[in-house]
Design a protein. Structure first.
Length: 152
């Protein structure tokens, strides 16, 4: 027999931040801690330096694809290189160059492709947005709907 979860009739409040940085309190309607991040969530937020100038190419479908490598450093840990691709990037993407400090908002994806006689795989971040790390308001605007989707 499965154990049942007992919940208080009054859910505990949760704090959410508004655009201007003030906090508001809303009821927490989550039924359990497993509901904090909805099933199927795939959110990546990275901040780092562009390691090499982005490369642009046009796919057979006609879509444009920008690819770059991002170097991410976290404290004393060794730097990590993260491959990032952006399908049909914003016009401002052509201004991105090696050494730019950027924030990438997107999702992680693993793709499979033929490499000679075998199948190869690559895990990369698919960007929805790439913004200058100095663009605080634009970064916050890009992140808010995604944080709301996480139900935190």
């Amino acid at each position: 027999m499965a154990a049942t979860s007992q919940r208080s009739a009054t859910p505990s409040p949760r704090r959410t931040a508004s655009v201007r940085g003030t906090a508001t309190t809303t009821p927490n309607t989550s039924s359990s801690s497993t509901d904090l991040v909805p099933e199927g969530s795939n959110l990546v937020v990275l901040r780092g330096l562009i390691r090499r100038d982005p490369e642009f190419r046009v796919l057979a479908s006609g879509d444009e694809l920008m690819s770059l490598d991002l170097t991410v450093r976290s404290g004393e840990a060794p730097a990590e290189s993260v491959p990032v691709v952006w399908a049909n990037p914003a016009a401002a993407a052509v201004k991105l160059v090696e050494g730019d400090d950027v924030v990438v908002v997107g999702r992680i994806r693993r793709r499979f492709f033929r490499a000679g006689a075998s199948t190869a795989t690559r895990t990369e971040v698919h960007a929805d947005k790439i913004l200058s790390a100095r663009s605080g308001v634009r970064i916050r605007t890009a992140l808010e709907p995604r944080v709301e989707d996480l139900n935190l």
